[in-house]
Ligand binder design. Structure first.
Ligand SMILES: *Cc1c(COP(=O)(O)O)cnc(C)c1O
Length: 350
C-alpha cells in the first residue's frame, strides 16, 4: 500500500475530492463510481475509433435519436450535456436570475449550493426528516410566489433516500416554478420519474452516464423534459459540448443492457449485505452507497480507513449527518474489506 502524502489529505467538504489517482492501491468508495469500470463493449468500441472521430466536430444527432427511442420519448425531449453537472448548470442559467428563489431539501448534492451562489440566487431550504425520508409537506410549504425553481434529487446524494412518485406529482402540481429532478442514481432504486414526466410541463429530469454506466471520465449527461424547456435551453447551450468519444462509449454502454442490469443487481444485493455486516446504524438506501452513523468514532474511522487505503466520504459538514460517513457499495469482497477495517479500527478503540 502506498503511503499517503500530506498533500493527499483532502477537504472532506468538497464533493469532487482531488486525490491524485496514481494506481489501483486505493479502494475508492468515496465518489459513487462504478466499481467494475464499464462494459467491455465500451472499451472495444473505443479501440475502433477512427481519425475522423477525433478530427471532426462532434455530431450527437444519431445517438440522440437512439437514446430517445430507448427512453420512449421524442428527440426534441432530450438535450445531451457534458456530464449531468452541465445539464444542471444550463437549467439554472436559463431559468434563474440573481435574486430569484430556489427551494430544496437539505442535505443534498453539494453542487447545488455552489451553482446557486454563483448565480446569486437565494436558497430556501427545508430539512430532510430525521429518518432521512423526503419532507414533502415542508417542501411544499416553503414555496413562495418568488420561487422560480424546486431542486429535487432522487435517490438523493448523500442520504440515499428517494421521493415517491405521488409526492413528486404533488410538488409539480403545487407550483408553476420549474422542478429540476436529479436522477443520477435512479437505476439503483425502484422509482422512475419517466412514468410521470409527460404529465408535467414544468418538470426536468437530469441523468448521467457517470454512475451505473461507468463513464464518469468521459462526461456525458442529459436532460429530459417538455419540448419547450429543451428548446429554450438549446438556445443557450454550446453547440459542441458533448464529444465524439463520449458518444461512441455511451452507444456501446447502452447496447450492453446485460452489464447494466447485472451491475444493478450486484449493487442492490451488496447494499443489503453491507448494511447487515456494518457494526453501526445505516439508513435505507436506493443508491449505490450507504450512509453509516459512526457516532463518536467518525473521525477515527475515516482516518483509519484512509490509512488502510480505503477512501469514503465524510459527511460531517452536511445537515443531519454530522456523525455519518458515506460508503460506496462495491463488490462483496470490497464490502468485506471495508467492514473488516472498520471492525479493526473500532476494536482498537474500545
Ligand atoms: C454524480 C452526481 C452528478 C454528476 O454527474 P456527472 O454526470 O458526472 O456530472 C449529478 N448529481 C448527483 C446527485 C450526483 O451524485
Amino acid at each position: 500500500m502506498r503511503t499517503l502524502e500530506k498533500s493527499d489529505v483532502c477537504d472532506p467538504r468538497v464533493e469532487y475530492v482531488k486525490t491524485p489517482r496514481t494506481g489501483d492501491e486505493l479502494l475508492r468508495l468515496d465518489l459513487n463510481e462504478n466499481v467494475l469500470g464499464c462494459s467491455p463493449k465500451v472499451i472495444e468500441a473505443l479501440k475502433q475509433v477512427k481519425p475522423t472521430d477525433v478530427s471532426v466536430y462532434p455530431d450527437t444527432s444519431v445517438f440522440r435519436t437512439e437514446l430517445a427511442q430507448f427512453l420512449g420519448v421524442e428527440d426534441g425531449n432530450i438535450l445531451m450535456t457534458n456530464g449531468a453537472d452541465e445539464a444542471i448548470r444550463y437549467i439554472m442559467d436559463q431559468f434563474l436570475k440573481p435574486g430569484d428563489e430556489v427551494v430544496m431539501a437539505e442535505p443534498t448534492f453539494s453542487m447545488y449550493p455552489v451553482f446557486c451562489s454563483q448565480l446569486k440566487v437565494e436558497i430556501r431550504s427545508v430539512n430532510y426528516n430525521d429518518d432521512l425520508s423526503f419532507p414533502t409537506e415542508a417542501l411544499i410549504g416553503a414555496i413562495t410566489p418568488r420561487t422560480k425553481m424546486i431542486v429535487l434529487v432522487s435517490p438523493n446524494n448523500p442520504t440515499g433516500t428517494s421521493i415517491e412518485l405521488p409526492d413528486l406529482r404533488r410538488i409539480c402540481e403545487a407550483t408553476d416554478a420549474k422542478v429540476l429532478l436529479d436522477e443520477a442514481y435512479f437505476e439503483f432504486g425502484e422509482i422512475d420519474a419517466m412514468d410521470v414526466l409527460a404529465d408535467y410541463r414544468n418538470l426536468v429530469l437530469v441523468r448521467t452516464f457517470s454512475k451505473v454506466y461507468g463513464l464518469a471520465g468521459l462526461r456525458l449527461g442529459y436532460m429530459i423534459a417538455d419540448r419547450s424547456i429543451i428548446s429554450s435551453i438549446e438556445q443557450v447551450s454550446a453547440p459542441y459540448n458533448v464529444n465524439n468519444l463520449a458518444v461512441i462509449a455511451a452507444r456501446a454502454a447502452l447496447s450492453d443492457q446485460k452489464f447494466t442490469t447485472d451491475y444493478v443487481q450486484m449493487i442492490q444485493q451488496n447494499r443489503d449485505y453491507l448494511a447487515e455486516k456494518l457494526p453501526v446504524k445505516t439508513y435505507p438506501s436506493q443508491a449505490n452507497f450507504l450512509v453509516a452513523d459512526m457516532g463518536e468514532y467518525r473521525v477515527e474511522i475515516w482516518n483509519g480507513l484512509r490509512e488502510r487505503g480505503i477512501l469514503v466520504r465524510d459527511l460531517a459538514s452536511f445537515k443531519l449527518l454530522g456523525n455519518c460517513i458515506r460508503i460506496g457499495v462495491g463488490t462483496k469482497e470490497m464490502c468485506d474489506t471495508v467492514v473488516g477495517a472498520i471492525e479493526q479500527i473500532t476494536g482498537g478503540c474500545q
